[in-house]
Each structure stands twice: as C-alpha cells, then as structure tokens.
Design a protein around this ligand. Structure first.
Ligand SMILES: [Zn+2]
Length: 287
C-alpha cells in the first residue's frame, strides 16, 4: 500500500511526500519494464500521484506526456483526484548503460530534446493544457521547470526509484510548493534542505512519507494535513471500450469480424483484453 502525506510549514510552504514502491512494482509487472524504464515511468507515476492530490474534485483528471526523443519513446501517465494512477511507455524493454556515478541513465533513455505536457480535465468545456521544454530528461528537474514556467509555481521536486533484480526495492518523491507569501528567509532555509536531498529512493527504504517529511523538514515544525492512499489502478471498463469500438463505425467493425472472427481491444495501461464477437457487435450498433 502506498501512502501520500501532506504538511504545511508556517502557512508558507506546502510539502507533499509519497512512498510508491507498490505502484512501481505493479507497473513493472504489467509492462515487463527494464530497470531504466521502471525508473523513468516510476518517477513519473510518483509525481502524478502528488499532482493528482492537487486536483480540486475527485472526478478531475490529469494526463502527463513526456516526449524527449530518446529510445524509451513517450511516457504517458494519468492520475485522478481519488489517488489512482496508471501509466505506460512506448518501449518498456529499453536498456542503457549506467551513468558515471553508477545510476540508471534515465535522462539518456528519455532524451532531453522535447517536451513535458500536462493536460488537466477539470470538468470544463476545454481541458487545461500546459507544456514546457525538457531540461534533462531526468524527470524531477523537468517537472520543476514545468511548474516554474508553465504554471508560475515555484517549487522543488525530487523523485527516486530503486530497482534491483527487476523489482522496485524502494521509491518515492517529495514535492515542495512555495506560496506567494513565503518569506525569503524561510525559502532559503528550505532550499538548502532540498539541495541536500540525495539518493531519494533510499530515503523511502523502510520509511513512510511522513517519516521522510519529518527527517528533512522536522526543524521547521511542519503541520501534517493529510495522509491518504494512492494506488496503480486502471479505470478502463466495458462501457468505455464500447465507445472505442463504436467509433470504428459499423462497416469497419463488421469487416474486422468478417476477417478475423472477433474484435480485440487491449488496454495499454493494464493489459486487460476486451473481446467482441459478432453478437456483441450487433448489440452495440443496433441499440
Ligand atoms: Zn485498463
């Protein structure tokens, strides 16, 4: 079970932390991710879980797309206001050599020639779309740059995913949002703490999100405001897939049935397979 914790410092800084080992392991299992793909998707899922908690309504929905031109291809991650996240990458088996410091070369797999796009469906006529250039493809820096430039929200982001023997051993992230009323003095102290936050995945090894917040920000007397569960969960359903099949049009659907006997739709986020036979197609187009 993954728990997200929020705290506020002096009504000037909001700190969110989340422990995400189970979420990353679910993604590894579903997609057969290589270690570097697990790190890239895992970091993005971790950030999405924290961003989902910022949505005002439970039905609000956000989609993150990271496209850096690297061998991993596009990362697509979705989150809602209820703590559900899901994601996929174009090339889940990509392998890269390690960085000089022995870390997985996430930036090399993702690439840094491209953009990070966030689409928020807030139940209005048009979704909100924000986008920024990638800085490094290492994900955390790219999100910090996105918030600063696209949402005018100064913040700090640190994300970590540890992988060993094709399993996630520990994972999590910290998201620090600076309110407009934040004093220079507090900001510079918190920045010093953020710079010292290293090896993020190890910080969450046998530690809860609340413990990580206390470890780094305890000196500022944070007031804890929320503990909630987040999980990898796909919201696909027969009803939603019906719409996809219907969008083919009756003739196209029938020609697939004639050719291969059935229509198969596989959900890219959870690998669930939906099968439509002749009678299902008849029902779908005749109601
Ligand atoms: Zn699904």
């Amino acid at each position: 079970m993954s728990i997200l914790t929020k705290a506020i410092i002096d009504n000037q800084i909001v700190v969110t932390a989340v422990e995400t080992k189970d979420i990353v392991n679910k993604a590894i299992k579903l997609h057969g991710l290589s270690p570097v793909a697990a790190a890239a998707l895992g970091r993005t899922l971790t950030m999405a879980a924290m961003m989902g908690k910022e949505l005002k309504n439970e039905s609000d929905y956000l989609t993150i797309k990271i496209n850096g031109g690297g061998p991993l291809g596009q990362i697509t991650v979705c989150a809602d206001g209820k703590g559900n996240v899901k994601g996929m990458v174009d090339n889940p088996v990509v392998e890269t050599s390690l960085n000089a410091n022995g870390h997985l070369a996430v930036g090399e797999a993702v690439g840094n020639d491209g953009s990070l796009t966030v689409i928020k469906d807030l139940g209005m006529k048009q979704p909100y779309v924000g986008s920024s250039k990638l800085v490094s493809g290492e994900i955390a820096q790219d999100f910090a740059y996105y918030f600063a430039t696209s949402e005018q929200q100064p913040c700090g982001v640190t994300l970590g995913v540890g992988v060993s023997k094709k399993m996630c051993t520990s994972a999590g992230g910290v998201f620090v949002q600076v309110m407009p009323n934040c004093s220079e003095e507090l900001l510079s102290k918190v920045e010093t703490v953020m710079y010292a936050m290293d090896e993020m995945s190890y910080q969450f090894d046998h530690s809860t999100a609340r413990e990580v917040i206390t470890r780094f920000f305890g000196q500022f007397d944070p007031q804890f405001t929320e503990d909630s569960e987040v999980r990898y969960k796909c919201g696909c359903s027969k009803r939603k897939i019906n719409r996809v099949v219907k969008s083919l049009g009756k003739d196209e659907a029938q020609s697939i049935i004639d050719e291969v006997g059935q229509i198969e739709v596989c959900c890219h986020f959870c690998n669930k397979k939906y099968v439509y036979k002749q009678e299902d197609v008849d029902k779908l187009f005749n109601k």
